[in-house]
Design a binder for this molecule. Structure first.
Ligand SMILES: [Fe+2]
Ligand SMILES: [Fe+2]
Length: 220
C-alpha cells in the first residue's frame, strides 16, 4: 500500500463542512427574502429545513466531541489541536442555533410585527453563520490536517464507522442526500465508495430531502 493510500479519506467531514456553509447562507437568504404574506405559506418549510440543519450540526458536534477529538487528542495532545478553543466554539454554536430557533418561532407568531421579527431572525442567522465560519476555519486549519498526518487510515475508518452507527436513522435519511447534493461528482463517488449502503439510502431518501431543500433559495 502506498503512503498516499494509507492516509485517512476526509471526504465525509469535508462534505459536512461544505454543506453547513452553503446552507447557512441559503437559510439567511431565504428568511431575508420572506414577505409578510409568506408567514404561513413559506416560513414553515424554511423552519422545517432549519430543524434538520440544526440536527445535523449538533450530531456533527457530538461525533467530534465523543469520537474524533478524543482520538486525535490521544495522538497529538490537546494544545496542538487547540481543543479548548474548539470545545468553546461548539458551545457558542449551540447557543447561536438556539437563538435562531427562538427568532424563527417569534417570526411565525401571528401576533409579531413581521418586518422587525424578520430583522431579528436575519441577525440571529448572521451570527450563526459567523460563528460557524470561525469554527470550521479553525478545524480546517488544525484538526483536519492533523487527522491527515497523524492518524492511520484504518483508525479513522473505524471512527467513521462508529459515527455512522451512532447516527439515528431519521437523521441519516437527511444527511446522506444532503451531502450527495452538495458534492462534486468526484466527492460523490468517494462518498458512496466509503460505505456502499449510502448509495441506497440516497436513492430511497432523496425525494423527501429534495422536497425539504426546495424551501430554500438557491446558493448565491
Ligand atoms: Fe466542530
Ligand atoms: Fe467539523
Amino acid at each position: 500500500m502506498s503512503v498516499e493510500a494509507a492516509k485517512p479519506d476526509l471526504t465525509f467531514v469535508n462534505l459536512v463542512h461544505q454543506s453547513l456553509r452553503t446552507d447557512g447562507a441559503r437559510l439567511l437568504g431565504s428568511v431575508a427574502a420572506l414577505g409578510p404574506g409568506q408567514r404561513r405559506s413559506r416560513l414553515p418549510a424554511i423552519r422545517a429545513f432549519f430543524d434538520q440543519y440544526r440536527g445535523q450540526l449538533l450530531l456533527h458536534h457530538s461525533h467530534e466531541d465523543e469520537l474524533f477529538y478524543p482520538a486525535l487528542e490521544a495522538r497529538v495532545g490537546a494544545d496542538r489541536m487547540r481543543l479548548g478553543e474548539l470545545a468553546h466554539q461548539h458551545e457558542a454554536l449551540d447557543a447561536a442555533l438556539q437563538a435562531v430557533s427562538d427568532s424563527l418561532a417569534s417570526l411565525a407568531g401571528p401576533a409579531s410585527d413581521f418586518p422587525p421579527a424578520r430583522t431579528t431572525a436575519c441577525a440571529a442567522l448572521s451570527e450563526m453563520e459567523r460563528s460557524l465560519a470561525t469554527h470550521l476555519d479553525l478545524e480546517e486549519a488544525t484538526v483536519l490536517p492533523l487527522l491527515g498526518s497523524e492518524m492511520p487510515a484504518v483508525e479513522y475508518k473505524r471512527l467513521e464507522t462508529q459515527a455512522r452507527h451512532a447516527t439515528p436513522r431519521a437523521q441519516a435519511q437527511f444527511l446522506v442526500p444532503w451531502l450527495a447534493a452538495h458534492a462534486t461528482p468526484d466527492q460523490r463517488k468517494a462518498l458512496f465508495r466509503s460505505a456502499p449502503p449510502l448509495r441506497l439510502v440516497n436513492l430511497v431518501a432523496g425525494p423527501r430531502y429534495r422536497r425539504l431543500d426546495n424551501a430554500l433559495v438557491p446558493a448565491a
